[in-house]
Every structure is written in C-alpha cells, then in structure tokens.
Design a binder for this molecule. Sequence first.
Ligand code: PFF
Length: 447
Amino acid sequence: MAARAHWTSRLGFILAAAGSAVGLGNIWKFPYMTGENGGGAFVLVYLLCVLGVGLPILIAEVYIGRESQRNVVQAFEALDRPRSPWMVTGWLGLVTAFLILSFYSVVGGWVLHFLSKALLGQLTSRDAAVGGYLEQLFHSPGAMVFWHTAFMALTVVIVARGVAGGIERANRIMMPALFLLLLFLVVRAFGMPGFAPAVTFLFSPRLEDLTWSAGLQAAGQAFFSLSLGMGAMITYGSYLKQGESIPRITAVVAVMDTVVSLLAGVVVFSVVFTFGQEPAAGPTLMFVNLPLLFQQMTGGYLVAVAFFLLIAFAALTSAISLLEVVVAYADEVHGWPRPRTALLMGAAIYALGVLAALSFNVLGDVKVAGHNFFDLFDDVSSNLTLPLGGVLIAVFYGWVLGRDAVLRTFDGRGPRVLREGLLWAVRVLAPAAVAYLLVKGLAGLWA
Ligand code: PFF
C-alpha cells in the first residue's frame, strides 16, 4: 500500500480543520439561530457549549485520528482490536457524511446561484425583485439541480487531487481569502448605524431569554459547527504526524470557528439593524432579507459579491472534508485509486442530493415520517446520527482508551487541572449533554 498522506505542515492542518469547521453553519445557521433565540443569551450558551462539550470532543477526534493513522472505520480497530465493535462508530460516520453532504451541497448550490447573481449585478440593480429569488429558485427544478451539480463537481475535483495537493492547497487559498473578505465586511459594518445595536444584541445577554430549547439548539449548533460526531476530524487528524500538540492546535481551530461565527453575526445584524429589519427572520435571513438590503446600500455591489464569495468558500472547504471521510475509507479499505473513488462516492452522494433538491418542487409531496427529503437528511443527521456518533466517540476516548490516552494527548505535559478537566468532560459532561440532545432530537423527529 502507498505511504499514508500527510499535511505538509502544522498550518496545513489548522487551515484544513478550520476550513471544515467554518462553513454554512457559521455564516448561515449561526446568525439566524441567534436571531430567532433572542441574541446574547443564545450566544452565551453557545460559547459554554463550545468550551465544555465541543472542544473536548474535537480533541478526542483528532487524537483518535493521529494515533491510529487510519480512516474513520479502521481507526477504532487500530486503537482497540481487530473487528472491534467500536467500528460501528465509523460506519455511522460514513452514513452521516453521506446525509450531510447531500443537503449541504444543495445549499452550497444556492450560494453559487446567489454569487452569480451578485456578480451579474442582479442583486443590486434597482428594479430587481431580489426578495423573490430564493422562491424562484425553489420553483425551478432545473436550476436547483444545475447549481447542486456545480457545487458537487467542485468538491469532487478538489478531493480527487489528494490530501496535500488538493485539500490542503484549496484551504491555503480559500481560508485566508475568507478571513480577508470577512474583515472587509466587518470594517464595512463598523461604519453602519446598526453596528452598535448589533454588538449589544449579540453580547449583552438578557438571562430571561434563556430557554431549554435555545440551549438545546446551541449545543447542537456547537457540534455541527465544529464538524464533530462523524469522523471528519478523525480523518483530518489521521493526516497529522506524531508530535504535534493536539490541545494547542485544536484550541486554535475552535477559536477560529467561534470568532468567524461571532463576526458573521456582527456583519449580518449590523445590516439588519441599520435597515430596521426583523432579526428573527429564520433560515431565509441570508437569502432573502440580506440581499434586499444590499440593494439599498452604497457600494452594495461589492458587499454582495464579497458576502456570497465568503459563504461559497466556507461551504466548499467544509464539503471537501465531508467527502474526504468517505473517500479516505474507500481508498484505504478497497485500495481504489483516489480520483475514481472521489468520483464514485461524489456521484452517489450527488444522487441523494438530487432527491433533496427536488423536494422543494417536483418531489414536494413525497414525505418520509412527515419530512421531505431535504428536511429528513438534515434532521436525521443533525438530531440523530451526529449526536450518537459524538457520544460514542467521547465514551471511546474517555472510557475505553481512558486516562492513558488523555496523558498521551498532552504528551505527558500540561497542567494537571487541564488534563483532569478534559477527562471529566469527555467521560461525563459531553456524553451526558449529547445524550440529552439525542433524546430530545429523537422526540422531535417523531413529534
Ligand atoms: N462545520 C460545518 C459548518 O459549520 O458548516 C458543517 C460540517 C462539516 C459538519 C463537516 C460536519 C462535518 F463533518
């Protein structure tokens, strides 16, 4: 078998892992969820979840990857024993990657569609009926499938080129560009009258706004946003060489992901408040409400292009990590050449995605357990297979590998309180919190 691929440097890993984490979850989901849940209180709970649940599981995943140097299924065999029942966690990860990428690519397609409109000036020309673009897209099966195809094709091309030459290279270009675009948008937002109210909305929590449902959503979002529970970080961790400090590099990734969410929130709400809009518009906030405002803004053309380019980069760098989970497995277990595997697996996921895309129009009446395909793939992965994978990973790391693994994670160094804190978080806090999510999620799925 060919020698295993590795990142060319620590920065390569950090950019790729941050690329996976920073995605539609940060720029699309986080602002609208914060808007729906009253702002600051949601942000506060979100930050606690990242620290108490997200970061510990991120550390566990990267450790499992780095130690095993294997794909998501064989990693559990390598660290436990051949045919270990923990392989199930890996299988679950593969299923989740399929489900998430199928609908993620559909939304990625919407972003490309809006990017093309922004470039053509159709978001900012005076007489354009911008508010109806999303609805128009939904009513056009051909366009939905076309943009989904374009997004998936880009994803496949990058993954086909390999770990260092494809994934790392793409992230080295797109991630710095993403940060620059975001910075440009934050500076632009700073000059808007809505900037101060946006900052207040996000950062001064009113504790009376705290609800169980908001807490639950915040925990699920922390998970999704850090790409946890399905082995994306196990797979990326497996391309790390021994000797990298896992606590340090994972903390950098978690901080980057969180900062991008917060800054995206600042940008979105600065615009929303400047134009006296409703922060609780929900999932259409990014595709309906914001584009309407670009039209009224001086220099709106540039802001619109920067905004949708930023989201396109974010979505693409996450999608490649989802496809890589499956490709790494097929590649290593069956020995298929990478370009062929990327194409085959990409095609299979693409087919599922077509079902999701058509559920907005031709397949609108087809329901499974009361959900159309798009919602089904989203709900089953976010509420069921991701949290389940998360509990299994935390328990495997905390109880099966146990104290030794935590010591090795810190390379025998680091303050004792951090090591003990990590052990406690992966043994008790994270499994309990995620198991709670799971029960609630299951109840919601069949409600
Ligand atoms: N973290 C990505 C986002 O916030 O959009 C989504 C994601 C990517 C989830 C990769 C899971 C994953 F494995």
